[in-house]
Ligand binder design. Structure first.
Ligand code: SF4
Ligand code: SF4
Length: 88
């Protein structure tokens, strides 16, 4: 399991910005306290690659979302994606 062609954690929910992020995020990328959405996906999600185009500057909320963690596996399961680690 990896993030390649996934992006389900960047789809279907709004990312809340902390106080500093609200001050430092450009207006075109935010909607009040949240990152802006394009349809049902985060404005920074590349719909072709399903990768974050702002990865190094992503909000704390995104940094706390752990690959392989409970929330990751739950979202992938809901999306009908594989949730187990590949055998080495
Ligand atoms: S849901 Fe998990 S595997 Fe998918 S992009 Fe997010 S962290 Fe990566
Ligand atoms: S900022 Fe990047 S990691 Fe966070 S939801 Fe948007 S696309 Fe995903």
């Amino acid at each position: 399991m990896d993030c390649a062609n996934c992006g389900v954690c960047c789809t279907g929910w709004r990312v809340r910005l902390n106080a500093l992020e609200q001050m430092t995020t450009a207006e075109q990328f935010k909607d009040g306290q949240f990152l802006k959405m394009v349809g049902n996906r985060c404005i920074f999600l590349d719909p072709q690659t399903m990768r974050c185009t702002n990865y190094d500057q992503r909000p704390d909320t995104c940094k706390r979302f752990t690959l392989g963690g409970d929330a990751c596996r739950s979202r992938r399961r809901e999306a009908g994606m594989e949730t187990e680690q590949e055998a080495a």
